[in-house]
Write a protein of this length. Structure first.
Length: 424
């Protein structure tokens, strides 16, 4: 389905007066309100193709109906999100869940929907039906060179798909590791993985990046071969200038100080991108900002400070992506919430008085430093984010419009109640 522009305009018209009342104090008082709004307009967050269906847990899956049945329909869903919020103008594909059959048609659809292709993701954590050798005991780390080669070849094929679509980066997440002490020689696993990554790196086009995504646990529960930011950083450094670390918020041991990790990686020029989600326990993949919004804000504070210090462009120089999906919400509503949570954290972080904060830090004024941060965090920036959406041609309240138009009902009408999207 396409979003009807008249309905969008009517929706905005009905909310406009109220919105303008809420925005007025901002444009009156905030000196750089225009700059903040423009940064929000420019900021795009890629949607993972695997989050468009209800994600299951290993205990079950409860599809909600109208899920996309093909890559084309996944793109249509992202197009819908983008039409509603004008901030979801990119899709990240996972191969082989989303192998493009007709590249020209896919590209045409993308340009109609105003989408670009973000990082492509390889998958060596599952065996595919037509696959010769198994990844049961790992892929790039495997003891058998033939398995490693198969995994390398797969990654190179993913790069090829990405090149055809206009992607500029490959994300490699490995489930490689071990479940029991004694199972794996850590040093061999590290060097085999490095060698395999080097073979993939050699196949990267000149203007591409490779993101090495780390994860502390799951599905291996004793050791993960790319288990933390330190090992990811090590692989990325040894690989070369086109390799970066990717931070998935759910991939840390409990209570890790992710904002500090971000600061250090940025400082070293090795932060490549993000998978946003939220969690209470592990890799819960919950809606961004639903559990720890303050942590998200603190991460954005470091991002802005670190990116500005390096002269990086907020919108383009890192890969921004959501990686969240679960059982109990409409996936599209969930993604609208996640995008908005990211924008709110970004906007709040843009409000921080950084000069004053630095002064307080230098003077060891701990109380003042905390006040400065929390002042920004406790500010309701929703009118600024809504204004950015409005200016970009989106809806003042995307979620309300989604419900008002019964988008899910329409998708069920088009696709059926019992559709299940490919993915986790
Ligand atoms: C692993 C992960 C990784 C995968 C995705 C499906 O937990 O975060 O990014 O590609 O989930
Ligand atoms: Mn991830
Ligand atoms: Mn994950």
């Amino acid at each position: 389905m396409n979003l009807n522009q008249n309905q969008l305009q009517n929706h905005n018209a009905s909310l406009l007066a109220r919105h303008q009342r809420k925005l007025a104090p901002w444009t009156g008082e905030l000196e750089n309100a225009e700059e903040v709004i423009q940064k929000l307009v420019d900021f795009q967050i890629a949607i993972p193709s695997w989050a468009l269906g209800t994600g299951g847990t290993r205990f079950g899956r409860f599809p909600g109906g109208g899920e996309p049945r093909s890559l084309e329909e996944k793109m249509d869903d992202v197009g819908l999100l983008h039409a509603l919020n004008r901030s979801s103008g990119a899709i990240s594909l996972h191969i082989p869940w989303d192998v493009p059959s007709d590249v020209a048609a896919i590209q045409q659809r993308a340009s109609q929907l105003g989408l670009r292709f973000d990082a492509v993701n390889s998958n060596t954590f599952q065996d595919q039906p037509d696959q010769a050798l198994s990844y049961k005991f790992g892929s790039l780390q495997h003891a058998d060179a033939a398995v490693r080669q198969q995994a390398i070849d797969h990654n190179i094929e993913v790069i090829r798909h990405g090149v055809a679509l206009g992607s500029k980066s490959l994300t490699v997440w490995l489930s490689d590791g071990s479940c029991f002490p004694g199972q794996l020689n850590f040093r061999k696993a590290f060097s085999r993985t490095l060698e395999s990554l080097q073979a993939i790196y050699a196949a990267l086009p000149e203007d591409w990046k490779v993101f090495v995504e780390y994860k502390a646990f799951e599905p291996n529960f004793y050791s993960m071969t790319v288990g933390d930011w330190g090992s990811s950083y090590l692989y990325a450094s040894k690989l070369g200038p086109k390799a970066y670390t990717l931070v998935d918020l759910g991939h840390h041991l409990p209570n890790a100080n992710i904002e500090q990790i971000v600061a250090i990686l940025l400082q070293e020029g090795k932060l490549g991108g993000f998978h946003f989600n939220d969690s209470k326990y592990g890799d819960d993949d919950l809606t961004v900002g639903s559990i720890r919004p303050y942590q998200l804000f603190l991460i954005f504070c470091e991002l802005i400070e670190g990116m500005d210090a390096r002269g990086m462009n907020h919108a383009d120089d890192l890969g921004w992506m959501i990686d969240a999906s679960h059982n109990v919400k409409d996936p599209l509503e969930d993604l609208l919430q996640s995008v908005e949570a990211i924008q709110l954290a970004y906007a709040q972080a843009l409000l921080v008085d950084r000069a004053a904060l630095e002064e307080a830090r230098e003077a060891n004024d701990v109380v003042r430093a905390q006040e400065i941060l929390q002042d920004a965090f406790r500010t309701d920036v929703r009118p600024l984010v809504a204004e950015a959406r409005l200016r970009a041609g989106g809806a003042l309240n995307p979620l309300a419009l989604f419900r008002q138009l019964d988008v899910r009902g329409q998708l069920i009408g088009e696709r059926g109640l019992k559709t299940v999207a490919t993915g986790l």
